[in-house]
Ligand binder design. Structure first.
Ligand code: GRF
Length: 197
């Protein structure tokens, strides 16, 4: 049988989506493996969680690169290629990408966003959905393109917004769905890529 598709998860923080992907990858039938977890900051909590789960956890610290975001991304790209990574999953990676990384990984880089895109790209999605009087919210997995949170949508999950929700309660309800949606969408995506290959 073909080896599983090698996925790198890029994080900046707590890494709960990353953890969900690591757990999903442990199933024998899962078509992807998490080859690397990479953070842009040394204090990203998710690095510890990945290491504890036996996954290589690497920090390519953005600090020494200062404002040169492309140089930072070139270092990330080199680390990914050294490990034979085939697909990138952004999971709470809180740095806007330059065209260098976006172009280099076009069609092979996914992101999860906590809204029903195209509604509410950017930050504070839950507060904005509540303020708008929406009756539902959700999350989206999409391919990464040059426009922030604009790439082709691969999957969405919907949740209700309840009358007494605040952004924290809504975020928690959405996050639960994010964890399921990301693993399922990534599995489908890599399976489809293999059929095409
Ligand atoms: C998630 O809500 C994700 O949709 C967004 O950033 C958050 C990351 O959370 N892009 P975690 O680090 O996966 O827990």
């Amino acid at each position: 049988m073909d080896p599983k598709t090698k996925v790198a998860v890029l994080i900046s923080g707590r890494g709960s989506n990353m953890e969900a992907l690591i757990r999903a990858a442990q199933a024998p039938s899962c078509p992807f493996q998490i080859a690397l977890v990479l953070a842009n900051k040394p204090d990203a909590k998710g690095l510890e969680i990945a290491a504890e789960a036996g996954v290589e956890a690497l920090c390519v610290d953005q600090k020494p690169f200062g404002k040169d975001r492309e140089a930072h991304e070139r270092a990330i790209d080199a680390a990914l290629r050294e490990r034979g990574v085939e697909v990138i999953a952004l999971a709470g990676y809180m740095r806007i990408l330059t065209p260098f990384l976006v172009d280099a990984w076009e069609g092979r880089m996914l992101n999860i966003h906590p809204s029903l895109l195209p509604k509410y790209p950017g930050l504070d999605t839950h507060a904005r959905a509540i303020a708008a009087g929406d009756v539902e919210a959700g999350c989206t997995v999409h391919l990464v393109t040059a426009g922030v949170d604009e790439g082709p949508i691969l999957g969405q999950a919907h949740v209700p917004i309840l009358p007494d929700d605040d952004d924290h309660t809504l975020a928690a309800r959405v996050l639960e769905q994010e964890h399921k949606l990301y693993a399922a969408t990534l599995a489908r995506f890599v399976s489809e890529q293999r059929i095409k290959a």
